[in-house]
Design a protein around this ligand. Structure first.
Ligand SMILES: *Cc1c(COP(=O)(O)O)cnc(C)c1O
Length: 356
């Protein structure tokens, strides 16, 4: 039994595009990729196609996440990894994914694009939007290939226990992949499951430089999985997915000095998160502030729509999450800098005075 038995059979036979850079590397007189021989005057020469999986960045990310490089695939954000997984494992019109709403919207969007069905197993509102993994197990039939677990969860901010996620993966071994989206794990108390993605072939972990590493504009994210899954996804990825300036920006963000600064920013965000949470509970019209393991707070208001418009009128943009099931009165507020958070609180308190 191989984990690839779960993948689309038609893809297993596909050889994948063999690019010039993949075939011969980038040393020597390069007359194999129809590139221009004249680099423009730029920080990094851009006349050459980049490495499909730049070795230095891959090694650096593998070290950072505590995994072997062959288990790691770099792409254009974890968004691309979600898309690749759905395309590789779900046959249109036949297979399905499981999501746990209120959940990150991309899982269902990618499934819809691929023609895969979406089974919803809602988080349990009465238990602080904790997942119901027994119900997830019950929802997995032969059609389900991927189970998405967002940890910490966007947009509720909570996170399942590591032991529960690992038990879910063990229970689904040979039946479905458990895809743990860890976009916000740097802000959580518990460590990443990335090192475990090696020991269980159906456990996949997604990481990104977009949030904690302040690199959303560079679009660099990773999948960590069994090496054969990485190889399969490489076959369906475009040949040169990673622009050279983005690779360089990622390398710069992972040097020791930048990592130290990132660590400071994560610590500051966690402090601000607690300060903001406490302050928000004192604002009139705030019904509930969800506890959060991420860099945002989801907040229930007496009149969330009016609050949203009030903030927007002052140029303060938060996320309206009222369309999510169970969050009909909620807004999601990213934890900003101390100055930004103070501006937010001042504006929300303003309304209190006006209406008092
Ligand atoms: C922001 C976010 C992503 C997307 O991350 P990118 O690496 O920028 O594509 C993935 N999952 C969740 C839950 C997110 O909130």
């Amino acid at each position: 039994m191989s984990v690839l038995d779960l993948a689309r059979p038609d893809l297993l036979a596909l050889s994948g595009y063999s690019s010039a850079r993949l075939e011969a590397g980038r040393d020597g007189i390069l007359l194999n990729a129809n590139e221009s021989p004249w680099p423009l005057d730029h920080a990094a020469p851009l006349n050459r196609y980049p490495d499909p999986q730049p070795a230095r960045l891959r090694a650096r990310l593998a070290e950072l996440y505590g995994v072997d490089a062959p288990r790691l695939l770099i792409g254009r954000g974890s968004d691309e990894m979600i898309d690749l997984l759905v395309r590789a494992f779900c046959r249109a019109g036949r297979d399905a994914i499981v999501v746990q709403p209120p959940a990150f919207g991309m899982y269902a969007v990618c499934a819809a694009v691929q023609g895969a069905a979406v089974r919803s197993v809602p988080l349990v509102r009465e238990r602080g939007f904790a997942p119901d993994f027994d119900a997830v197990l019950a929802a997995v039939d032969a059609a389900v290939k991927l189970v998405f677990v967002c940890a910490p969860n966007n947009p509720t901010g909570g996170t399942p226990s590591r032991a529960d996620v690992l038990a879910l993966a063990d229970a689904l071994r040979g039946r479905a992949l458990v895809v743990v989206d860890e976009a916000y794990v740097e802000f959580a108390d518990a460590p990443s499951l990335a090192p475990e993605a090696g020991s269980r072939d159906n456990l996949v972990v997604l990481r990104t430089l977009s949030k904690a590493h302040a690199l959303a504009g560079a679009r660099i994210g990773c999948l960590i999985a069994a090496a054969e899954i990485v190889e399969l996804l490489r076959k369906i990825m475009p040949p040169y997915p990673l622009p050279t300036p983005c690779v360089e920006a990622a390398e710069a963000a992972l040097c020791a000095k930048a990592l130290a600064r990132t660590g400071d920013h994560i610590a500051a965000t966690k402090l601000e998160r607690e300060r903001l949470r406490v302050a928000l509970t004192t604002i009139r019209g705030v019904r509930e502030v969800f506890s959060s393991q991420a860099n945002f707070l989801t907040v229930r208001f007496d009149d969330a729509g009016a609050r949203y418009r009030q903030l927007l009128a002052r140029g303060i943009v938060v996320r309206d999450v009222r369309r999510y099931p169970g969050l009909e009165d909620a807004l999601r507020i990213t934890v900003g800098s101390p100055e930004q958070n103070a501006a937010l609180l001042a504006e929300l308190a303003q309304r209190l005075e006006i209406t008092a």
